[in-house]
Design a protein. Structure first.
Ligand code: AMP
Length: 361
């Protein structure tokens, strides 16, 4: 694997083509790189900001072979990229950053929770669930409110059912798709935060300031910065992330979501091997954005300074909310980002706004 920094003019391949890929492509272009995106859609949001797009299935070996010829390094913008895709690219001589080891952890909630446990990171109590009988037994043990989550392909609250004692396990298991799942004890938290961290090729790590996140209907609604998380908890989050980044020989941006309460401290919920919706504000409020940081890491460049210079709030525009763009675009001091998605389906992330305020002392 070449470890010298990638020179401007080189091509970075991005697997996945949503808004995260789009914003990564914009950051890469700013640093002088070409981007080629890869994914099944014909005309996706990320392709609008890239020099080229290859539309093919993630396991299409011929297309991946051609993509490998075009790119100098590859990365991904979502965690459900098949590990086979990464193996094919690596076999063709393309470095893929971060390494696919993290995909196996992040694609399966049970593996992820076991990984946290092994790393000594507190999580909610969990029970593996293969069928309705397992769920009935797990609900008895949980003996309180809990959440059934599919092990794979859950996001934005999808593939989840909230349960309380007395609910019918059979109906709940079926409502969740009848697929391998986990039951998670309900965490009584004060608020939710996320740590967005980066590790460069040389092993150096940098952390963005931690935002406090609020959700609506299971979808991120706002990220507020600063979070108000006590300093001791911030230190624990940094130590946790550093240990995980080093353990995985990670290169790129990694996000860990935590619940926080005064009573129980930080409890890890999940992690994402990528830039994150709760870090979009880093574009406006930090010296280096999460997108540039990821591109710097993947290209083997020194990490940028993540210093936050303003307070503020990021608000997602979901579904029809993005239709307010004429009014939003006229608001002084509001930064509007739209993802170039055609249809504003309910629950679909269409864009976001960032409003900065002066930094509190
Ligand atoms: P997830 O898909 O795991 O990120 O869950 C989506 C949202 O559901 C989280 O951001 C929380 O607001 C809530 N949630 C998930 N798991 C739990 C839990 N064990 N206890 C309480 N709330 C949860």
């Amino acid at each position: 694997m070449p470890s010298s920094p990638l020179a401007p003019g080189a091509t970075i391949g991005i697997l996945g083509t949503g808004q995260l890929g789009r914003m990564l492509a914009m950051a890469a272009a700013r640093l002088g790189f070409r981007v080629e995106t890869f994914g099944p859609e014909q005309d996706p949001p990320a392709a609008h900001a890239a020099a080229a797009h290859m539309s093919a299935d993630y396991e299409d070996e011929g297309a991946l072979g051609a993509f490998a010829q075009n790119v100098d390094v590859a990365t991904y913008e979502f965690e459900n990229i098949p590990t086979k895709t990464v193996s094919i690219l690596k076999a063709a001589g393309v470095p893929v950053r971060p390494d696919e080891r993290v995909l196996a952890v992040c694609q399966d909630r049970l593996e992820e929770k076991r990984y946290f446990e092994k790393a000594g990171v507190p999580t909610a109590p969990i029970w593996p669930v293969e069928n309705a009988e397992d769920l009935a037994a797990a609900m008895r043990e949980a003996a309180g409110p809990a959440i059934l989550k599919t092990r794979r392909f859950g996001y934005d609250g999808k593939g989840q059912v909230r349960l309380k004692p007395g609910d019918d396990p059979k109906a709940a298991f079926e409502a969740c798709g009848g697929v391998p799942s986990i039951l998670e004890g309900f965490v009584d938290f004060d608020f939710e935060v996320s740590l967005i961290a980066a590790r460069g090729l040389g092993g150096y790590a940098a952390f963005f300031d931690i935002p406090r996140n609020t959700h609506r209907d299971g979808i991120l609604h706002q990220s507020h910065f600063p979070s108000g998380l006590p300093k001791e908890a911030v230190d624990i989050a940094h130590r946790t992330a550093k240990a995980i980044l080093d353990d995985l020989s990670y290169v790129g941006v990694l996000t860990i979501e935590f619940f926080w309460s005064k009573a129980s401290g930080l409890i890890a919920n999940e992690m994402a091997p990528r830039v994150h919706n709760s870090g979009h504000w880093t574009v406006e409020a930090c010296d280096t954005s999460q997108f540039e940081q990821h591109i710097r890491a993947v290209a083997g460049w020194p990490l940028g300074r993540p210093r936050r210079h303003s307070d503020g709030v990021m608000t997602n525009l979901i579904g029809a909310e993005a239709g307010d763009w004429p009014a939003l675009s006229a608001e002084p001091g509001l930064a509007l980002t739209l993802y170039g998605k055609g249809e504003a389906r309910p629950g679909r992330k269409m864009g976001h706004t960032v409003v900065l305020t002066a930094q509190s002392p």
